[in-house]
Design a protein around this ligand. Structure first.
Ligand SMILES: [Ca+2]
Ligand SMILES: [Ca+2]
Ligand SMILES: [Ca+2]
Ligand SMILES: [Ca+2]
Length: 173
Protein backbone atom coordinates (compact mmCIF):
# COMPACT_ATOMS: atom_id res chain seq x y z
CA UNK A 1 0.00 0.00 0.00
CA UNK A 2 2.73 2.46 0.97
CA UNK A 3 4.66 1.54 -2.16
CA UNK A 4 1.60 2.15 -4.30
CA UNK A 5 1.13 5.65 -2.84
CA UNK A 6 4.82 6.40 -3.33
CA UNK A 7 4.76 5.30 -6.98
CA UNK A 8 1.60 7.38 -7.51
CA UNK A 9 3.33 10.42 -6.02
CA UNK A 10 6.38 9.72 -8.15
CA UNK A 11 4.32 9.48 -11.34
CA UNK A 12 2.40 12.68 -10.57
CA UNK A 13 5.69 14.38 -9.82
CA UNK A 14 7.10 13.21 -13.15
CA UNK A 15 3.95 14.48 -14.81
CA UNK A 16 4.46 17.92 -13.28
CA UNK A 17 8.07 17.96 -14.45
CA UNK A 18 6.98 16.97 -17.97
CA UNK A 19 4.33 19.76 -17.95
CA UNK A 20 6.81 22.38 -16.84
CA UNK A 21 9.20 21.20 -19.58
CA UNK A 22 6.45 21.65 -22.14
CA UNK A 23 5.77 25.16 -20.80
CA UNK A 24 9.47 25.89 -20.98
CA UNK A 25 9.66 24.78 -24.65
CA UNK A 26 6.64 26.90 -25.49
CA UNK A 27 8.04 30.07 -23.87
CA UNK A 28 11.40 29.41 -25.51
CA UNK A 29 9.68 29.24 -28.89
CA UNK A 30 7.91 32.53 -28.17
CA UNK A 31 11.21 34.16 -27.17
CA UNK A 32 12.83 32.93 -30.40
CA UNK A 33 9.93 34.31 -32.41
CA UNK A 34 10.04 37.74 -30.68
CA UNK A 35 13.79 37.81 -31.27
CA UNK A 36 13.26 37.14 -34.99
CA UNK A 37 10.57 39.87 -35.21
CA UNK A 38 12.94 42.38 -33.53
CA UNK A 39 15.75 41.29 -35.89
CA UNK A 40 13.51 41.89 -38.93
CA UNK A 41 12.61 45.40 -37.63
CA UNK A 42 16.28 46.20 -37.01
CA UNK A 43 17.11 45.09 -40.57
CA UNK A 44 14.28 47.24 -42.00
CA UNK A 45 15.58 50.28 -40.07
CA UNK A 46 19.11 49.62 -41.30
CA UNK A 47 17.97 49.37 -44.93
CA UNK A 48 15.84 52.54 -44.63
CA UNK A 49 18.77 54.33 -42.97
CA UNK A 50 20.95 53.41 -45.94
CA UNK A 51 18.37 54.65 -48.43
CA UNK A 52 17.55 57.95 -46.72
CA UNK A 53 21.12 58.89 -45.82
CA UNK A 54 23.12 58.60 -42.63
CA UNK A 55 23.09 61.14 -39.85
CA UNK A 56 25.97 63.66 -40.04
CA UNK A 57 29.26 63.12 -38.26
CA UNK A 58 29.73 66.06 -35.88
CA UNK A 59 33.23 67.11 -34.84
CA UNK A 60 34.68 69.52 -32.32
CA UNK A 61 38.01 70.41 -33.95
CA UNK A 62 39.26 72.79 -31.22
CA UNK A 63 37.89 70.67 -28.32
CA UNK A 64 36.00 73.56 -26.70
CA UNK A 65 32.85 71.44 -26.26
CA UNK A 66 31.00 73.16 -29.14
CA UNK A 67 30.53 71.41 -32.48
CA UNK A 68 32.29 73.14 -35.39
CA UNK A 69 32.27 70.64 -38.25
CA UNK A 70 29.39 68.63 -39.70
CA UNK A 71 30.08 65.95 -42.33
CA UNK A 72 27.16 64.46 -44.26
CA UNK A 73 27.69 61.02 -45.77
CA UNK A 74 26.03 59.53 -48.82
CA UNK A 75 26.70 55.80 -49.42
CA UNK A 76 29.83 55.93 -47.24
CA UNK A 77 31.48 58.95 -48.88
CA UNK A 78 31.40 62.51 -47.48
CA UNK A 79 28.96 64.42 -49.71
CA UNK A 80 29.09 67.75 -47.88
CA UNK A 81 31.04 69.45 -45.10
CA UNK A 82 29.90 72.44 -43.07
CA UNK A 83 32.40 74.20 -40.80
CA UNK A 84 32.79 77.01 -38.31
CA UNK A 85 36.47 77.65 -39.08
CA UNK A 86 37.07 80.53 -36.65
CA UNK A 87 35.05 78.84 -33.83
CA UNK A 88 32.70 81.78 -33.22
CA UNK A 89 29.59 79.56 -33.31
CA UNK A 90 28.62 80.64 -36.85
CA UNK A 91 29.06 78.40 -39.90
CA UNK A 92 31.44 80.11 -42.37
CA UNK A 93 32.30 77.34 -44.82
CA UNK A 94 30.29 74.82 -46.78
CA UNK A 95 31.38 72.44 -49.54
CA UNK A 96 29.63 69.75 -51.60
CA UNK A 97 31.69 66.85 -52.89
CA UNK A 98 31.42 64.02 -55.41
CA UNK A 99 32.12 60.39 -54.65
CA UNK A 100 35.67 60.96 -56.00
CA UNK A 101 36.20 63.85 -53.54
CA UNK A 102 35.91 66.61 -56.17
CA UNK A 103 34.20 69.85 -55.19
CA UNK A 104 30.94 70.68 -56.97
CA UNK A 105 29.95 73.72 -54.90
CA UNK A 106 31.61 75.80 -52.20
CA UNK A 107 30.59 78.82 -50.14
CA UNK A 108 32.42 80.97 -47.61
CA UNK A 109 31.71 83.74 -45.15
CA UNK A 110 34.85 85.88 -45.49
CA UNK A 111 34.02 88.55 -42.91
CA UNK A 112 32.47 86.06 -40.44
CA UNK A 113 29.21 87.95 -40.05
CA UNK A 114 27.14 84.77 -40.41
CA UNK A 115 26.22 85.47 -44.06
CA UNK A 116 27.96 83.59 -46.87
CA UNK A 117 29.55 86.00 -49.36
CA UNK A 118 31.66 83.92 -51.76
CA UNK A 119 30.12 81.17 -53.85
CA UNK A 120 32.02 78.89 -56.26
CA UNK A 121 30.75 76.37 -58.79
CA UNK A 122 32.82 73.50 -60.15
CA UNK A 123 32.70 71.07 -63.05
CA UNK A 124 34.77 67.88 -62.73
CA UNK A 125 36.60 69.43 -59.77
CA UNK A 126 37.56 72.60 -61.68
CA UNK A 127 36.13 76.04 -60.81
CA UNK A 128 33.96 77.48 -63.61
CA UNK A 129 32.02 80.27 -61.92
CA UNK A 130 32.23 82.43 -58.83
CA UNK A 131 29.79 84.90 -57.24
CA UNK A 132 30.86 87.38 -54.57
CA UNK A 133 29.07 89.77 -52.24
CA UNK A 134 32.00 92.20 -52.00
CA UNK A 135 30.40 94.80 -49.67
CA UNK A 136 28.72 92.20 -47.41
CA UNK A 137 25.18 93.54 -47.81
CA UNK A 138 23.86 90.00 -48.40
CA UNK A 139 23.51 90.69 -52.17
CA UNK A 140 25.90 89.32 -54.82
CA UNK A 141 27.62 92.07 -56.82
CA UNK A 142 30.46 90.29 -58.63
CA UNK A 143 30.06 87.41 -61.10
CA UNK A 144 33.16 85.77 -62.55
CA UNK A 145 33.25 83.15 -65.33
CA UNK A 146 36.42 81.09 -65.39
CA UNK A 147 38.13 79.10 -68.13
CA UNK A 148 40.31 76.06 -67.32
CA UNK A 149 40.19 76.88 -63.63
CA UNK A 150 42.46 79.98 -63.83
CA UNK A 151 41.60 82.34 -66.73
CA UNK A 152 38.83 84.90 -66.26
CA UNK A 153 36.79 84.82 -69.46
CA UNK A 154 34.10 87.24 -68.30
CA UNK A 155 33.09 89.25 -65.29
CA UNK A 156 30.02 91.25 -64.37
CA UNK A 157 29.91 93.90 -61.65
CA UNK A 158 27.28 95.81 -59.72
CA UNK A 159 29.56 98.66 -58.68
CA UNK A 160 26.93 100.81 -56.94
CA UNK A 161 25.32 97.82 -55.20
CA UNK A 162 21.78 98.55 -56.38
CA UNK A 163 21.22 94.97 -57.59
CA UNK A 164 21.73 95.74 -61.30
CA UNK A 165 24.89 94.84 -63.25
CA UNK A 166 26.54 98.03 -64.52
CA UNK A 167 29.89 96.85 -65.76
CA UNK A 168 30.67 93.85 -67.97
CA UNK A 169 33.96 92.67 -69.39
CA UNK A 170 34.08 89.75 -71.81
CA UNK A 171 37.59 88.55 -72.80
CA UNK A 172 36.20 86.22 -75.48
CA UNK A 173 35.04 89.20 -77.59
CA1 LIG B 1 34.59 73.67 -31.24
CA1 LIG C 1 32.50 81.08 -37.85
CA1 LIG D 1 29.74 87.47 -44.75
CA1 LIG E 1 26.76 93.17 -52.21
Amino acid sequence: MKEEILSLRASSLLGTVADSNRNHDWSNGLKKRSFLIILVFVLIFMVCGGLYGDSPVINDKNNDGDPDQWIEYKNDYPSSIKSDRNFDGKVDYYVELTKEGNKTYEEMDYNHDGQMDDFSFFEEGVIVRRKIDSNHDDQVDVWIFIHEGIYIKRYELDTDFDGTVDKVKDYDE
